[in-house]
Write a protein that binds this ligand. Structure first.
Ligand code: BGC
Length: 722
């Protein structure tokens, strides 16, 4: 068969396809080498040769992929190539920090660079498409998939989306190291009821449009190739069949002409949501423009023929979906060379051997680490430290889908600490398992602690305690580790806590008060141990900032900075005010929180123009001085508040952030451009409006109001609907 190298060729090809072959193109099955959903039978070569499958997921290794592709290209009637897909959320071979950790770097160039490396590694190992980036906004740390995403704020989500799509796809999907990206999980998944995985979501249209949709729109604008609807039911309609959002908004309004791939079995699962049967489910999903049925349990395979017979869906709609799938294959260059991403063992080894990727993994981990507390300048530890104990079940270095065993992990952190503190004697004790005590563990830990000048206490949750299907009703440190922490604090030795987690953790007061310093290190990736040692020793001055508020108490969830005002704000001595009787309102650590080993002073906030007509812009300037003795990076956030508006606005809305590096004593002026476009909001009918009047602009190191500097601008009355 002649390769259909253009759109006309594809239309011709569709004209020659049987219904079975068409449905095959809409079917994605698993190679089952990685388990990311309920167990199923792996795809067979016969199915590929019969044209029953158009794409595979979870098949790993260029040789296996080449083999499967050969069955499609040489063994099937039409010779249409498969495409191969995989979840590569934080790296394939080089592991970067988990996305929530990486978002703490507030560094779009870094976000893009790590996606680029992941794409290079995929592109030599046969992977054409990744199910990333995950850009679900999350405001509930009980939900384990906080691990995969950008945190609580839509602006951060948008910037992550753009950077990741650029990094994976570059300008041309057929480029030698480009792969297709998937924006997932569309939309609102982060707001599952009570933080419980796969539960339904009820949210206002306003919240959906203001907070949960913008990252997806940014991904579409950046040219993302693929989009995945979430498993959830949103306001009474399962996302996989959500015509208003998928067809009307994404396809028609945003102009998305890429592929929509269902989540794992989510079309078949429609029957559990209350859809009558497979034909109905298939028709509803296709009519909503879901092109590919992933691991469908026959939803499309069995459902489409009957749905066509019964007139529930038209052949034109089926063809539309097939066309989009074939166009994706065309854009990926697979019709030109179906083996283009299957590198030789030498090519794979050559990519892996590039030292730059290890350096990038170390940089990403360093930049993701957030210094939460640092009492009396406990950190950095002096290079001439004499003794150190590394205690706790984590000295963790995350290896993506698989974790090395606990002893190896501690060993690696210990090795890096030996390099960082060459004069220190280092004692090691696990003390407890992650969730269970170890017999004699506390005693061994005390003994390791006793002779040591400093204890590095490695606590947290395993990587598989967050992520998919890993909601936790108590997103804190498991009890066995809390007991260990108490025992170690009771020794009276100075304790530095490293927190390994895929979500904000709720910490007990005694731990926060008793530890001399606490670092959120997330799951930091292949080079995490070195990055941690760099931060402990001061070889790297920490600059990470939280992209999600850390609650002080479970009762505060959901918690996020962009709340709308109440008429009765919290007043200490006023009973009838918005507060809890038993806990504070404020999070333990606010969005943007993160300390440095140096100090930064912000002075002289000013604007280049104080009154703006619609379409005009100003610049907000502020001077930043490094007041300490160490070079450091500072992140500044710019928020706005529309003082009087037709729809009430959050007390703080993030409109920009930037990072700057300052030498000791150095002063720089930060300039935030601010246009009236950024002052618009969704009006009563959810269309953007710009309303005249006063706008407060806040600049500071995070969302803690006490640290923000405010100035007030005016939008002139000429403004109306923009
Ligand atoms: C997850 C998706 C993932 C898919 C394929 C599903 O269970 O929800 O995020 O891309 O599996 O692995």
């Amino acid at each position: 068969m002649k390769a259909p190298w253009d759109r006309q060729g594809i239309d011709k090809l569709i004209g020659t396809m049987t219904l079975k072959e068409k449905v095959g193109q809409l079917t994605m099955l698993s190679g089952e080498l990685v388990q990311t959903g309920p167990t199923s039978a792996p795809v067979t070569s016969a199915a590929i040769q019969n044209g029953e499958v158009g794409s595979l997921l979870n098949l790993v290794g260029p040789e296996r992929i080449r083999d499967a592709q050969r069955h499609a290209v040489e063994g099937s009637r039409l010779g249409i190539p498969l495409f191969f897909s995989l979840d590569v959320l934080y790296g394939l071979r080089t592991m970067f920090p988990i996305p929530l950790g990486e978002s703490s770097a507030f560094d779009p160039a870094l976000w893009e660079a790590t996606a680029r490396v992941a794409a290079e590694e995929c592109a030599v190992e046969g992977i054409d498409l990744t199910f990333a980036p995950m850009i679900d906004i999350a405001r509930d740390p009980r939900w384990g998939r906080t691990l995969e995403g950008p945190g609580e704020d839509p602006l951060v989500g948008q910037r992550v989306a753009r950077a990741k799509v650029r990094g994976y796809q570059m300008a041309d999907l057929a480029g030698p190291t480009a792969i297709a990206a998937t924006a997932k999980h569309f939309a609102g998944y982060g707001a599952v009821l009570a933080g419980r995985e796969y539960a339904s979501v009820d949210m206002s249209e306003r919240l959906l449009h203001e907070v949960y949709l913008p990252p997806f729109q940014a991904a579409v604008e950046a040219g993302v190739a693929c989009l995945m609807p979430a498993f959830i039911d949103l306001n009474g309609t399962p996302m996989s069949i959500h015509v208003p959002l998928l067809r009307r908004l994404v396809r028609e309004r945003w102009g998305f002409d890429g592929v929509i791939v269902s989540d794992w079995s989510s079309i078949a699962e429609l029957l559990l949501h209350g859809v009558a049967g497979k034909p109905e489910a298939a028709a509803l999903a296709l009519n909503a423009s879901v092109d590919i049925d992933m691991m469908g349990k026959g939803a499309y395979v069995d459902g489409i023929p009957e749905a066509l017979d019964r007139g529930l869906v038209t052949m034109a709609t089926v063809d539309e979906a097939v066309r989009r799938v074939l166009l994706l294959k065309l854009r990926l260059g697979l019709f030109d060379d179906p083996y283009r991403r299957c590198g030789s063992p030498e090519a794979v080894a050559a990519v892996a051997a590039q030292p730059a990727r290890r350096a990038l993994a170390r940089e990403a981990a360093r930049k993701s680490i957030v210094l939460l507390t640092n009492t009396e300048g406990m950190l950095p530890l002096g290079k001439s430290l004499r003794s150190l104990a590394v205690i706790g079940p984590f000295g963790q270095i995350v290896g993506g889908n698989s974790e090395p065993d606990a002893t190896q992990r501690v060993a690696e952190l210990v090795d890096r600490c030996k390099e960082a503190f060459p004069e220190a004697a280092i004692a090691v004790a696990a003390g407890s398992e992650v969730e269970l005590p170890i017999a004699g563990g506390l005693e061994a830990a005390r003994q390791a602690a006793q002779p040591s000048d400093v204890i590095v206490l490695c606590l947290g949750e395993r990587v598989d305690m967050a992520g998919e299907a890993s909601s936790r009703a108590h997103p804190g440190i498991p009890q066995a580790q809390e007991e260990l922490a108490r025992a170690i604090l009771d020794t009276g030795k100075p304790v530095v806590v490293l927190l390994f987690s895929g979500r904000p953790l709720i910490l007990p007061d005694w731990l926060v008060a008793g530890a001399k310093a606490i670092l959120a290190v997330w799951h930091p990736g292949s080079e995490g141990a070195g990055a941690i040692a760099d931060v402990l020793s001061g070889a790297h001055n920490p600059s990470g900032r939280l992209s999600m508020s850390w609650p002080a108490d479970i009762g505060q969830i959901p918690i996020f900075f962009a709340e709308r005002p109440t008429g009765r704000p919290r007043l200490e001595n006023e009973h009838f005010s918005s507060k809890y009787l038993d806990i504070p309102n404020d999070p333990r650590f606010a969005f943007g929180h993160g300390l440095s080993y140096t100090g930064f002073l912000l002075t002289n906030p000013r604007a280049t123009k104080w009154t703006l007509a619609p379409g005009e812009a100003t610049e907000i300037l502020i001077d930043v001085r490094n007041t300490g003795t160490m070079a450091g990076e500072h992140t500044l956030f710019q928020f706005i508040h529309d003082v009087a508006s037709s729809i009430t606005r959050p007390s703080l809305e993030l409109v920009d952030f930037t990072k700057l590096a300052l030498a000791p004593g150095e002063m720089k002026t930060v300039r935030f451009p601010l246009s009236t476009d950024q002052l618009r909001f969704l009006g009563p009918d959810l269309e953007p409006v710009l309303e005249p009047g006063a706008f407060q602009v806040f600049v500071g190191p995070g969302a803690d109001p006490a640290q923000l500097q405010m100035l007030e601008l005016k939008v002139s009355p000429a403004a109306g609907v923009a």
